[in-house]
Design a protein around this ligand. Sequence first.
Ligand code: MGD
Ligand code: MGD
Ligand code: SF4
Ligand code: MO
Length: 703
Amino acid sequence: MSSDNPDPVKTICPYCGVGCGITVQPGEEPSDVRFMPWGDAPVNEGRVCIKGGAATEVVDHEDRLTNPLIKEDGEFRDASWEEAYEYVVDELARIRDEHGPDAMGFYGSSKVMNEENYLLQKLTRRYGTNNVDNCTRMCHASTVWALRTSLGAGAMTNSMEDLRDEADVFWIQGANPGEQHPIANSQYFRQAVLDGATVIQVDPHANKTTRSFKIDDTDRHQHLQLNPGTDIPLLNVVIKTALENDWIDEAFIEERTEGFEHLERSLRDFDKAAAAEECGVPLEEIELAAEKYATADNAAIFTGMGMSQHRCGVDNVQNEINLALITGNVGRPGTGVNPLRGQNNVQGTCDVGAMPNVLPGYQLVDDDAARERVEQVWGFEVPDEPGLTNVELSHEFGESVKGLYVMGENPVMSEPDANRVAERIQQLEFIVAQDIFMTETAKYADVVLPATSWAERGGTVTNTDRRVQRMRGVGKVHENTKHDLEIVSEIGKRLFDDGEALFDFEDPEAVFEELRQVCPIYHGMTYDLLGEEGLHWPCYEPGDEGDLFLYEDEFDTESGLGHIEGVRHQPPAETPDEEYPLILTTARLEEHYNTGTMSTRSPTLNRQTPENFVDVNPADAERYGIEDSDEVTLKSRRGEITVEAQVTEDIKEGVVWTTPHFAAASANRLTNDVLDERAKIPEYKAAAAEIEVSIDANTAADD
Ligand SMILES: Nc1nc2c(c(=O)[nH]1)N[C@H]1C(S)=C(S)[C@@H](COP(=O)(O)OP(=O)(O)OC[C@H]3O[C@@H](n4cnc5c(=O)[nH]c(N)nc54)[C@H](O)[C@@H]3O)O[C@H]1N2
Ligand SMILES: Nc1nc2c(c(=O)[nH]1)N[C@H]1C(S)=C(S)[C@@H](COP(=O)(O)OP(=O)(O)OC[C@H]3O[C@@H](n4cnc5c(=O)[nH]c(N)nc54)[C@H](O)[C@@H]3O)O[C@H]1N2
Ligand code: SF4
Ligand SMILES: [Mo]
């Protein structure tokens, strides 16, 4: 085995969207890769959280996929790349010929680089369908929808840097940066609080974010512990309080927004006291928080999964936009509406067009002029109808959808109502899984393609504040694995008559050069210009520095105005009843990462909390006869899991809180797959549930 590049390389942490720089140090053997700090890395200046420090632990894990696999009589056997490619290409061609191109679904990956996702979505479109999506659908799809339609771009309006330096109030709703974006929290947000800023956290659960801001005994941290799914009424109380007290910015509303009258009208008969009661938070507390936000010089909103993952996800985020716009808190440093993006490259995966309704740079597939611009560069026709989103795709498995190509996702665990996903995926005629590990999804595949990991190859990724950065690899650890780029390119070359012309690229930089031509917000970037600091988009021409914050003069909407629109409360699709009297919500811990394919294999991460658990409020525990550490069965209308109970005040009474991280007892066996109508994001954050002490753990345990 040989390593392409024996020198230490500066690259980007493969876990979350903060985009911390780290150094990877190869050892004597290519497999001895080690983590080292990158002292003056642009985002984190050398600091990392527990995941960044442990990132190299999984690179040479014994479970890595090392050879292509083909399933025969229900068992996998090793295959050559030649055989695997041939099988994949024949089956993709067969499905297109027999059922048409829309019978295939392609999942891009927020764990892989811009160039690789760019190529996968190009392959999807050349195949003749727009059925390509990525985990943003389960993540910030609703946020992106609301931001795009009401402000202009589906990304953070501001950057960590200006937020740290200028924000006086951090309004953090449904996000837990203390655990999910730890370096953003410790190095940027907490720093601002040490310098005097105030934090308002809106979350049913107390967590490391809560604890990280309890800095002294001042009242600069306020936690509004609301019932899941009551964010719209809570924000309506805040907005009405701001209106009543004239804490709004009339000049800003007049000059830069539209729709204010609609919002005002929608709240005319709104009953604040009744709403506060529904939220489960005292009215005075919400009013106090409203005063802090609306009277601050610069107030910034941070929004996460607690807002986006509801069937009213778009409206949830729209109401945050409403609050920001009426108080004039957009378009300046230290303000804005800021989704902390999830995976290391979810922002980039969306930017490069791995979504069913947009081409690279968020150009709509049904916009003729945009499509024609891209077609000119590509040299083939792009279908003009938006494709299916990934949860819609899985709802169609075995129906209109017959085949699936999954690059770096694990839908059998990550999608809601996972028992049903596992049933439906078996109805497909052909599945390819391209991953670094044998996932719960890959187990159902006909062909498994082994990819190199993040530490082994180069490319670019885009972090949560739109900074495009280069990743650099130390070379292959396992000889017979291949870079995602090479795999997709080889399949493209073999599958289409014009494949050689469309998919032949010398290296990731050559792909980036093509990407720039079709993606206006990246047009001004080159590998050389990205250098070690990276560049923020939008970066239209070489030499542009990119923008730290957006919308200084106007919004990127058709009218140039920010769009305000009153929204009404829509309770979760399932609310507690006699049979299922609790509300289940799901999220994650710092040492856990999504479906656990990497984090459960990392000794440092896995030893912290190696099994799933459920947080239960002491009052509920007493009602159900549950003691701390009891094994309990948690049930919803869709399934059950057996986990250990943690009896804690951290969770609100009437609510139970667990995680999707472990295959054997994943929250997604319980979650509801109802979708937001527009963004198609599932309601992971609220389902009706019941809990009981397990009678026999062994019989209740999962298969
Ligand atoms: N350590 C670690 N870091 C990660 C990840 C990981 O798995 N592990 N995943 C990455 C990814 S893909 C993403 S998208 C981000 C996610 O990061 P976040 O956006 O922070 O997402 P969650 O932790 O799922 O949920 C945030 C909070 O929402 C709260 N919540 C639940 N229901 C509601 C509700 O109805 N209303 C409100 N207001 N709050 C609610 C939860 O209690 C939780 O504290 O993190 C990224 N970073
Ligand atoms: N109940 C509940 N469910 C949720 C959520 C929740 O809050 N609650 N959150 C949702 C969110 S925010 C998200 S983002 C989704 C995540 O859903 P997924 O994206 O399906 O989950 P991951 O575990 O991140 O899967 C990433 C896959 O990429 C693989 N991989 C890593 N590196 C590479 C590489 O270099 N090449 C290739 N080919 N593969 C690679 C990993 O091994 C892993 O299998 O889950 C969603 N599911
Ligand atoms: S904050 Fe995110 S990017 Fe930074 S080290 Fe931790 S997991 Fe990696
Ligand atoms: Mo995510």
